[in-house]
Ligand binder design. Structure first.
Ligand SMILES: Cc1cc2nc3c(=O)[nH]c(=O)nc-3n(C[C@H](O)[C@H](O)[C@H](O)COP(=O)(O)O)c2cc1C
Length: 176
């Protein structure tokens, strides 16, 4: 797959096969995350790899019952939790670069997983304090997201996206 094909193939997948993920593939996706760009190269991100089913259950329980991600976290063999250390990034003119830095690293991971034939699904709707307790994350570290990682048991059609004309301007704001 070339890069655009990887981007096109990535979907949020919520059903997983009971099939382990090879260690090399796990290391590959983490390496892709490690190489992400960041504000002043401070690399605020940390990843927790959760394979134990009690840990995954506790993370699933940190989500609302209506969140479809709950099922995904229990079904996949691995959950990767994205954490960030706020003191390893900065807020500049009201922009919290920690969120961008960590988000970029996570997206690297999601795309690398797609290229390796693995499914993922960014999970944002969880109660941070419940996840903190489950994983012993210190109070000075934020837990920003998590994703299941595994072989998907579903195929999904691409979700709609805005058109190029809606999101790209030329020379000045609003110019087609
Ligand atoms: C910041 C963020 C938070 C998200 N939170 C959740 C979530 O809590 N539960 C869930 O099932 N999907 C969640 N998603 C997945 C989105 O619903 C999904 O990316 C979007 O519908 C587009 O679909 P696609 O990823 O298949 O292209 C989240 C995605 C992002 C980027």
């Amino acid at each position: 797959m070339n890069f655009l094909e990887v981007v096109q193939a990535r979907r949020s997948l919520r059903s997983y096969l009971d099939k382990p993920v090879e260690r090399e593939k796990l290391e590959y996706v983490l390496e892709a995350a490690r190489l992400a760009p960041s504000w002043k190269n401070l690399q605020c991100w940390r990843f927790i790899v959760v394979e134990d089913s009690n840990g995954r259950q506790a993370l699933a329980e940190s989500m609302g019952e209506s969140n479809p991600g709950r099922k995904a976290l229990m079904g996949a063999p691995i959950v990767i939790v994205l954490c960030a250390v706020p003191t390893e990034s900065e807020v500049w003119e009201g922009k919290d670069y920690m969120m961008l830095d960590a988000g970029l690293a996570m997206e690297h991971l999601l795309l690398a997983a797609t290229e390796q034939g693995l499914g993922t699904c960014w999970q944002g709707l969880f109660t941070e304090e419940k996840a903190r307790e489950a994983l012993n994350v210190p109070a000075n570290v934020r837990i920003l997201a998590m994703t299941p990682l595994g072989y998907a048991a579903e195929e999904r059609r691409p979700r709609p996206r805005k058109t190029m004309a809606e999101i790209v301007f030329h020379e000045k704001w609003g110019q087609a």
